[in-house]
Design a protein around this ligand. Structure first.
Ligand code: NAP
Length: 322
């Protein structure tokens, strides 16, 4: 049987490449844009699937791939994909939202605790020898007594809500539609902010959520409020955040994502009220491995190829890892 031709546009672990090559005829997309475009003009007509990570897939890109049937993405966010244009062409999209939700939720809750209890600065306090000299460390804030607003109660937001409920936090959420859950719904993010002590951002980046958290929302949250952003950087207006911090209009924030990452503004780097992490929400060995496997499995399933788990490169790799 001839192998389906797929485009490898993902930076995946080495073993994943071996798997992809075992099941498909793989064409590697050149990184340089002009070379990529020339490559697609030449080969695009026969490509039936894409293994994707961050490459931008817009309508013009899709026009060069008339035989495309499926996009299998290594991420949960699809802000690099013109989802509407893709679906309009009947092309299937698979992502890893269901795989990474638990670890991203764990990271969000860890960040929420770190910023409210000031763990990073408290660690520095001990290491720098200030404890015996200065005495007791300043008090933190209790997430168990906070009302936390989840902005986007989807797969990750729901996993966060489940955890926060166990912590005793009061919950509320904002999103485009009311869900059948026993968490109060707000149809206005500003009102949610006004009623909450913390906002946790877990919505996708779209034109509707770009700068959703602006100066007015931060102002509504108030000077004792906290923000945790585990969604995408541009969901917060970063300049508005910097201005709010400069005038003490916010107590703190924990940011895993940034508007122009990996560039992080100096004003954020200097500010010790912030916890900053380099987009590591899903970054555990277990989850990243499962995500890579899912990229291959979704393509294999679509093309009716027997599951990669049996007698494959993956098995050999797993054995050598044991
Ligand atoms: P999901 O299951 O699709 O959930 C997204 C939620 O956001 C849905 O409840 C959706 O509501 C809501 N939403 C859509 N438009 C909105 C808007 N304009 N305002 C407020 N809420 C809105 O996605 P997910 O798997 O939870 O992932 C969410 C996002 O997290 C991803 O898109 C990605 O950008 C980010 N993420 C970050 C990391 C990281 O490492 N930091 C890792 C994974 C994902 P409806 O259901 O009503 O449409």
């Amino acid at each position: 049987m001839t192998k389906p031709i797929i485009l490898n546009a993902a930076e995946l672990p080495e073993w994943t490449h071996a798997e992809l090559n075992a099941f498909f005829s793989v064409l590697d997309l050149p990184r340089e844009p002009a070379a990529a475009s020339a490559f697609l003009k030449e080969h695009g007509g026969k490509i039936r699937g894409i293994a994707l990570r961050k490459t931008k897939i817009d309508a013009a890109f899709l026009d060069m791939l008339p035989a495309l049937e499926i996009i299998s993405s290594y991420s949960a966010g699809l802000d690099n994909v013109d989802v509407e244009a893709t679906r309009a062409r009947g092309i299937r999209i698979e992502n890893t939202s269901h795989i990474l939700a638990e670890d991203v939720a764990n990271a969000a809750v860890g960040l929420a605790l770190a910023v409210t209890r000031d763990f990073v600065n408290a660690d520095a306090y001990v290491r720098s020898g200030q404890w015996p000299v200065q005495g007791h460390y300043r008090l933190g804030r209790s997430i168990s007594r906070m009302k936390v607003g989840v902005v986007g109660l989807g797969t990750i937001g729901s996993a966060i809500a489940k955890r926060l409920r166990a912590f005793g936090s009061e919950l509320a959420y904002f999103g485009p539609s009311r869900k059948s859950v026993d968490i109060p719904y707000y149809d206005d993010v500003g009102r949610l902010a006004r009623d909450c002590d913390m906002l946790i951002l877990t919505c996708p980046l779209t034109s509707a959520t770009h700068h959703l958290i602006d100066a007015s929302v931060i102002e509504a949250l108030g000077p004792d409020g906290f923000i945790v952003n585990i969604a995408r950087g541009p969901v917060i207006d970063e300049q508005a955040l910097i201005a709010a911090l400069a005038s003490d209009k916010l107590a703190g924030a924990a940011l895993d994502v940034f508007e122009h990452e990996p560039a992080v503004p100096e004003a954020l780097i200097r500010d010790r009220r912030l916890i900053l992490t380099p987009h590591i929400g899903s970054g555990t060995e277990e989850t990243r491995r499962a995500m890579a496997e899912n990229v291959v499995d979704a393509l294999a399933k679509h093309f009716g190829i027997e599951g990669p788990r049996s007698g494959t490169v993956r098995d050999a790799e797993l054995e050598s890892a044991n």
